[in-house]
Design a protein around this ligand. Sequence first.
Ligand SMILES: NS(=O)(=O)c1c(F)c(F)c(S(=O)(=O)CCO)c(N[C@H]2CCc3ccccc32)c1F
Ligand SMILES: [Zn+2]
Length: 263
Amino acid sequence: GTKWTYAGPEGQDHWDENYPYCGGAFQSPININSELMRFDPTLRPINVRNYNLSPNEQLTFGNNGHSVQLSLPSKMYISGLPHYYSAAQLHFHWGSSSKPMGSEHLVNNKQYAAEMHIVHYNSDKYPNISMAVDKSDGLAVLGVLIEVGEFNPAFEQFLKFLNGIKYRDQKVQVPGFNIRSLLPTQLNEYYRYDGSLTTPPCYPSVLWTVFRNPVTLSHEQYMALATTLFSSHAQDSVSVMLNSNYRKPQPMDSRIVLVSFKE
Ligand SMILES: NS(=O)(=O)c1c(F)c(F)c(S(=O)(=O)CCO)c(N[C@H]2CCc3ccccc32)c1F
Ligand SMILES: [Zn+2]
């Protein structure tokens, strides 16, 4: 598709000019605020399966110009949702070195330093993510809020490769590791709502699960993510930094947020 950015003439306020869904309903992210929450006792803990990948497995870690993404094997899946959803990739959204606030979802107007998304597709109904991405029951994304604090050894297993993918379309192979270690301890406490991709084409195809508890990165780990990457190609005459790659909160309309916990 045509190129889009987070700011400037192709920035998020213009996405709907080329991608009509971006101006439509059921958009993500949102500000998850207490007034619009309802406890739902039927929300089961999220079960992640085959997330413990062997180091013999190589994962592609790449800079796609909008984020850094780690490809994931489809044998990884989540259950406990209305369908089985197989993993496709994980990626991040973050702020800048001067503004360590770049999460997409806000909780009671609090924006976190960064956010990780693990993108899955409904493998009960669709053969791959490309067939699922524009279907209303196509995707389930796990959102993990990230704050600056303790050093996180789990994230270091791929953050240490960032210098190899500084520029757009650069990729490296990283050894598999336990992807579960990137998630918070409690997978039973989360927010749930119907939303969309947070990038063009903004298809309203995502069942969102945002975990209540954030994970941490150290200041140095956050700064590596926020200052290493470019959205431009290595050979481009003008270098454009890749940071503040988060979409602003979108209208809730008549949506409410279900929560799996009481207080
Ligand atoms: N925040 S989010 O979870 O909505 C989300 C992104 F923020 C994001 F950047 C990407 S991307 O593929 O890295 C780049 C633009 O699609 C995807 N990629 C998804 C959407 C389309 C697609 C097709 C194949 C594999 C992954 C994806 C995404 F689902
Ligand atoms: Zn995302």
